[in-house]
Design a protein around this ligand. Structure first.
Ligand code: ZN
Ligand code: FE
Length: 255
C-alpha cells in the first residue's frame, strides 16, 4: 500500500511534507520550517509523528526540528556529512542509505549544489521524491555552497528517476520560476500551457510546490540545459550541458 502524503505550508513560502504508512501508523515529516503548522496537520489527520527527515541545514528547513522532537520523541534522520551543523541526529545518512517508514523504504540521494550536504529522499513505491532546495518546481535552488557542476550532476540524478515520480520541493517559488523559464525559453509550448494551469491552481488554492519529473523535464529550463534548440537560442551551440546549466543558473541570479 502506498504511503499517504500531505503538503504542509509553513512560514512565507516553505513546505513541510507528512508521510504516513496506513499499515503501521508510522509517520514522518520531511523538514520542519516551523512547529505549529506540522502539529496542526498531524492533529487534523490523527497521525502520531515517529520520524523527522532533514534535507539540509538551512534554518527555514530545520528551525522547528528541536521543538517538534521534544514534543513527539520522533527520531531525527539527516546527512552524515552535515551532522556538525544539523540538530543532533539519531540516524546519520549517506547516499544509498534507506529510511524505512513502516512498510516502505526511502532511498537517500546526495544532491549537493544549494548546500554541500543537501540530500533528497526517494520513495520509489509511492513515486515520491522530496527534493527541497535542489530540484524545485520550474527551477532549482540557488548555489550557496556548491558549484554549477555539482548542482548539474544532482539534477541529472533526479532527472533519471521514473517520469511519474512526484517531486516535492521545499518552497513555492512557482510563478517566479516560471517567469524566468519563459524569459529564457519563450517558444516552449508545454511551458505556456503550464503557466495557464498555474493561474487556475493558484486561484483554487492548490499547493504548487510539487510536480512530476515528466512535467519538469518538459518545462524546467534547468532540466532543459541539454536541449540543442535552447542552446542555439542563447548562442551556446558548442557548450556542454553543464556549461549551459551554469549559464542559465547565473542568468537566474540576476533575473
Ligand atoms: Zn535552503
Ligand atoms: Fe530553503
Amino acid at each position: 500500500m502506498a504511503l499517504e502524503m500531505m503538503a504542509v505550508p509553513c512560514l512565507r513560502d516553505n513546505y513541510a511534507y507528512l508521510l504516513h504508512d496506513p499499515e503501521t501508523g508510522r509517520t514522518a515529516v520531511i523538514d520542519v520550517p516551523d512547529t505549529a503548522p506540522v502539529h496542526d496537520a498531524l492533529e487534523q489527520r490523527g497521525w502520531r509523528l515517529t520520524d523527522i527527515l532533514i534535507t539540509h541545514h538551512h534554518d527555514d528547513h530545520v528551525g522547528g526540528v528541536m521543538r517538534l522532537c521534544e514534543d513527539t520523541g520522533a527520531a531525527i534522520w539527516g546527512a552524515r556529512a552535515d551532522a556538525h551543523r544539523l540538530p543532533p541526529l539519531d540516524h546519520a545518512l549517506s547516499e544509498g542509505d534507506r529510511v524505512a517508514i513502516g512498510s516502505e523504504a526511502g532511498v537517500v540521494l546526495d544532491v549537493p549544489g544549494h548546500t554541500i550536504g543537501h540530500i533528497a529522499f526517494h520513495f520509489p513505491d509511492s513515486r515520491l521524491a522530496f527534493t527541497a532546495d535542489s530540484l524545485m518546481v520550474c527551477g532549482c535552488g540557488r548555489l550557496f555552497e556548491g558549484t554549477p557542476a555539482q548542482m548539474w550532476s544532482s539534477l541529472c540524478k533526479l532527472m533519471a528517476l521514473p517520469e511519474e515520480t512526484l517531486i516535492c520541493s521545499g518552497h513555492d517559488y512557482t510563478e517566479g520560476n516560471a517567469a524566468f523559464a519563459r524569459s529564457v525559453d519563450p517558444d516552449n509550448q508545454a511551458l505556456a500551457e503550464r503557466m495557464d494551469q498555474m493561474v487556475s491552481d493558484r486561484a483554487a488554492g492548490r499547493p504548487m510546490a510539487t510536480a512530476t519529473i515528466a512535467l519538469e523535464k518538459a518545462t524546467n529550463p534547468f532540466l532543459r540545459a541539454g536541449d540543442t534548440t535552447l542552446k542555439r537560442r542563447h548562442g551556446l551551440v558548442g557548450a556542454s550541458d553543464g556549461e549551459m546549466f551554469a549559464y542559465l543558473r547565473a542568468l537566474k541570479d540576476t533575473f
